[in-house]
Design a protein around this ligand. Structure first.
Ligand SMILES: Nc1ncnc2c1ncn2[C@@H]1O[C@H](COP(=O)(O)OP(=O)(O)O)[C@@H](O)[C@H]1O
Ligand SMILES: [Mg+2]
Length: 524
């Protein structure tokens, strides 16, 4: 096949200078899965090197190996040309490698300073030497244009700032090679641009950045070179200046990129969900959702756009009965369900794909069949008379695995062993299996590979065509614009704009989300 662009390894342009990072023949096996097979990676000092691949391709595993979290079964790691054994992240940090994980690992109720120094505190007489720490953080912040205030609480920061705290934390430990695992997955376009500005700054200072993504346009914008991996193995390297997104996509998935686009409207007149004056207060009394009114009809996808942290999560919780309201009503069809329990809502026909599948959607340590009946314990296939029907649950799990292409050994496999995409397909399959009238889908394809994403899009489109009403919360602007019949923008707890997805670009939508776009509108 012609997917290995010729000549890439030969032309290193480095002369005698060794690579900052070179991985040779890395293989990493987990029970039943070869996560990395004979991977080759060469990263030059001072470059931004992108690693692209579908979810489940093995990117995070490879990076965790480089960060000392996994020991490879085979292969060698060379840092600046020297063979190195990394037994732990502490070893990696000592060797100048830092990693910002896909999910941030910050403590909300601590300050930026405390989060950054946590685990590597300069001390004076056994106590944290705040003055020294503050000075070093200010230096790092200025030098790399991170714009951080050491004394604010992390809780009060937006996603982009939290990410910069993570980056500062790694720099504080002296990293010269930074690994960023899907850093843009949680950002809006404007924040992505800011992050890219930060990366350019790091590069200018001579640092090396390994940037993981599956968004090809982004990768082409920011990377100096690209390594593509598919199903655990290297399929090639590419030069972003001469490779198109389509060529990259073909290397990545072996076929064309799918699209979320729906065409004809299937919106009917009957409302399935009506929210009136919905208001939610935080435990501290702040109004996090204010006077939200909206209607989802049968066959309609209503999308909610917004920068994370503007009340979407609380809105979803309120609709699902997971959080008390301080005002307003929720109608399912024409029935007032405001006072109903979550279970009663589910049984009345509300499906739920939660944003945080690890906290709300799955039991990671439990087998898939138990996850199949999670939240559905009162009906077949979970029960037969008064008993849990294990055989029935297993059989139905096997059906979902077949129909929804959940790749795993079988219903008894533990959920934790699945890639994010496969976990998500199982959740979507489970929720669809009770044929809900209304689906609350929060970030249904977040952290999911292109193939699984396309599969989930198709499921949502089919459900819509059959009359299901869908409330879609997403940070993927193409997904929101493509799938939605109606788009609402949520900002500081309120719905501030109703937009027509038929004539909207992601950039325009991003403008509305940050409030930059208000009354001026996007007419031109
Ligand atoms: N700790 C683990 N135990 C078992 N299997 C794992 C573990 N981590 C990853 N895997 C499996 O390895 C494969 C690659 O996963 P991962 O490296 O997370 O992919 P990516 O980051 O490209 O999405 C997947 O099939 C995943 O299920
Ligand atoms: Mg990953």
């Amino acid at each position: 096949m012609a997917e290995q662009p010729a000549g890439a390894p030969a032309d290193t342009g480095t002369g005698n200078v060794p690579y900052a990072v070179e991985l040779r023949g890395i293989t990493k096996r987990f029970p039943g899965v070869v996560a990395n097979r004979d991977i080759e990676l060469r990263v030059r000092r001072g470059e931004v090197h992108a690693i692209v691949g579908e979810n489940g391709a093995g990117k995070s595993t490879l990076m965790k190996t480089l960060y000392g979290m996994h020991r490879p079964d085979e292969g060698t790691i060379l840092l600046d040309g020297r063979e190195t054994t990394l037994r732990s992240p502490a070893d990696a940090i000592a060797a100048g490698i830092g990693m910002v994980h896909q999910h941030f690992m910050l403590a909300d109720y601590f300050t930026v300073l405390e989060n950054i120094v946590l685990g590597s505190e300069p001390t004076r007489g056994g106590r944290l030497d705040r003055a020294t720490a503050r000075r070093r953080i200010r230096e790092i912040s200025e030098r790399y244009a991170l714009n951080l205030d050491p004394d604010v609480l992390v809780e009060d920061l937006g996603v982009g700032d939290r990410q910069r705290v993570e980056i500062a934390k790694v720099l504080y430990r002296g990293a010269t090679t930074l690994i960023l695992d899907e850093p843009t997955a949680v950002l809006v376009p404007q924040e992505v641009d800011e992050l890219f500005g930060n990366l350019a700054e790091l590069k200018r200072e001579g640092l090396t950045v390994i940037f993981i993504s599956h968004k090809l346009d982004e990768v082409r914008k920011v990377a100096d070179s690209i390594t593509v991996i598919r199903r655990g193995t290297t399929v090639g390297t590419a030069d972003p200046r001469t490779t198109t997104s389509r060529q990259l996509a073909e290397m990545m998935v072996g076929s064309e990129l799918p699209s979320p686009q729906t065409r004809t409207s299937t919106v009917r007149e009957t409302p399935v969900l009506q929210l009136r004056g919905l208001t939610v207060a935080s435990p501290g009394g702040r109004l996090v959702v204010q006077d939200v009114g909206l209607t989802v009809h049968e066959g309609e996808v209503v999308g909610i756009a917004g920068v994370e942290g503007n009340g979407q999560a609380e809105l979803v919780d309120a609709i699902m009965g997971l959080r008390p309201l301080s005002g307003g009503t929720v109608l399912l069809g024409d029935q007032d369900i405001t006072a109903w329990s979550t279970r009663a809502r589910r049984e009345a026909g509300v499906g739920f794909v939660p944003a945080d599948r690890h906290r709300q959607g799955m039991l990671l340590e439990a087998p898939l069949w138990e996850n199949r009946i999670l939240g559905h314990q009162t009906r077949p296939p979970a029960v037969k008379g008064p008993f849990i029907d294990r055989a029935g649950a297993r059989a139905d799990t096997a059906r979902i695995m077949r129909e929804y292409d959940v790749r795993a050994p079988g219903p008894d496999t533990l959920a934790v062993a699945l890639s994010g995409g496969n976990q998500q397909k199982l959740i979507v399959g489970r929720e669809m299996s009770s044929s809900p009238r209304l689906l609350i889908a929060a970030h249904p394809t977040r952290g999911v590979d292109v193939g699984a994403q396309a599969a989930i899009w198709e499921l949502l489109k089919d459900a819509r065509a059959e009359g299901m009403g869908i409330l879609l919360i997403s940070a993927d602007l193409d997904e929101l614009i493509g799938l939605s019949d109606t788009l609402q923008v949520m900002l500081r707890g309120r719905l501030v704009a109703t937009l027509d997805p038929g004539s909207l670009t992601p950039e325009q939508l991003g403008g509305h989300m940050t409030g930059a776009h208000d009354a001026a509108g996007d007419a031109a």
